[in-house]
Design a protein around this ligand. Structure first.
Ligand code: GLC
Length: 419
């Protein structure tokens, strides 16, 4: 399972998801056309008024980097079929909006320049393409429209369109690190997308690329399909115990999580998760062997909302001091402690203390195994020992924590160097 081309991804642990397209204009999330049954002619106004005059992907890339993120995945095409990239297979693309240019190219160049890995999200659903089936479809915005009740489209031809666009994305923008398909449902899965042929083309064009699991295969199977991908994608949930396949081996995974309650820009949704919540979610993912892909939905003008930027900055301050407990770390092979979580990289064990409690902090079963301990943030020594009142717990080690309160209320990390 542990494939070499996944090494950077498992090391990186933290990435930025970017949902951006003409749906930012209505500002009610990327499903707006479906949720409000908006006909194509009406949705067209957003295509005609998409004017991202403040689009500066270098600022996005700097924000991602400062937050401690190591990669990004941006929507090249979402379910509405609109393409941020200059595809020669459709007119429904950024170059024909007032934006007037290939917005994906600028994203790729900006993120690469900051040293971040670059990924494309590509929607398998397409509510604009005439070959996409509507009759019997659960999601299409025209599913209830009387004129489309018999519209079967031409799925085979549509799958060729997907292939042609994916070929463009993997040919015209240099090295791409991640391909993130979304999503399969009902009969629309696997070979309905001509998935084997598609994945073969992808791997031939960019052999190092890593692909997610949403073409509809089962990566947890004993023998996953060729198109099952490289990592699984729990959405808006952190798997309670990480993810293993049928033979019990860990499967690479990445939890994608919104910063408020929408992926695409939602002008009125201010339900931001706090930086503390984000830090703790990241630590939780890493402690269970997973990655964390945190979403932002830029405005129609092209900016990451200021509230998001501030949250990212604060997460970045924590990461600047404590990143060593995240990058390249994973499951510690120890039970979850009462006071928080462990992450681990080789002989470095990181105690993420979330609850101070009273008295010494117990490290179950680690008596005699710790060479030294220090606060990860500043390197200051933390005494490890066997306090007088712990005589009855000979297997355990104890941190004699000097403060009554934790120095970092979000997550105080103690680095334990194991013998
Ligand atoms: C869901 C939604 C989609 C979003 C994705 C992110 O599949 O359909 O809008 O892009 O989640 O994982």
């Amino acid at each position: 399972m542990e494939k070499e081309h996944l090494a950077w991804f498992l090391e990186a642990r933290f990435g930025m998801f970017i949902h951006w397209g003409i749906y930012a204009v209505p500002g009610r999330g990327e499903w707006v056309r479906q949720q409000e049954d908006i006909p194509e002619e009406v949705y067209r106004q957003y295509f005609e008024t998409f004017e991202p005059v403040r689009y500066d992907p270098r600022a996005w890339a700097r924000a991602a980097k400062a937050a401690g993120m190591k990669y990004a995945v941006m929507t090249a095409k979402h379910h509405d079929g609109f393409c941020l990239f200059d595809s020669s297979y459709t007119d429904y693309k950024a170059t024909n909006t007032p934006a007037g240019r290939d917005l994906i190219r600028e994203y790729v160049e900006a993120f690469r320049a900051e040293g971040l890995k670059v990924g494309f999200y590509y929607s398998l659903l397409d509510w604009h393409h005439p070959d996409y089936p509507i009759a019997g479809d659960r999601f299409h915005p025209l599913r209830n429209h009387p004129d489309y009740q018999a519209h079967r489209g031409n799925l085979s031809r549509y799958a060729d369109y997907v292939r042609d666009q994916v070929r463009e994305l993997l040919t015209n923008y240099g090295r791409i690190d991640i391909l993130w398909f979304d999503f399969s449902y009902d009969e629309m899965r696997g070979e309905a997308w001509k998935a084997t042929e598609l994945v073969r083309m992808v791997r031939a064009l960019q052999p190092w690329i890593i692909i997610n699991d949403r073409l509809g295969g089962n990566l947890k199977a004993r023998e996953p399909e060729e198109y099952a991908g490289d990592f699984t994608t729990p959405e808006q949930i952190i798997p309670p115990e990480g993810i293993r396949n049928e033979t019990g081996e860990p499967v690479p995974w990445e939890a994608c999580i919104t910063l408020n309650d929408h992926w695409g820009y939602a002008a009125w949704d201010k339900n931001w998760k706090s930086p503390k919540t984000i830090v703790r979610a990241l630590v939780e993912c890493v402690s269970k062997g997973g990655n964390f892909l945190l979403n932002v939905g830029p405005t129609p003008k092209g900016e990451i909302p200021a509230a998001c930027v501030r949250i990212l900055e604060q997460v970045g301050e924590w990461m600047a001091q404590n990143g060593a407990s995240i990058y390249g770390c994973g499951h510690a092979g120890l039970p979850k402690p009462e006071w928080g979580r462990f992450t681990r990289r080789g002989n470095r064990l990181y105690a993420h203390i979330l609850e101070r409690g009273v008295g010494p902090v117990v490290l179950r079963g680690l008596a005699g195994r710790i060479a030294y301990a220090r606060l990860l943030a500043d390197g200051a020594e933390i005494a490890v020992g066997r306090p007088w009142n712990a005589a009855e717990y000979p297997e355990d080690a104890f941190l004699s924590f000097p403060g009554a309160e934790l120095p970092d209320e979000w997550d105080t990390v103690v680095e334990l160097v194991l013998k």
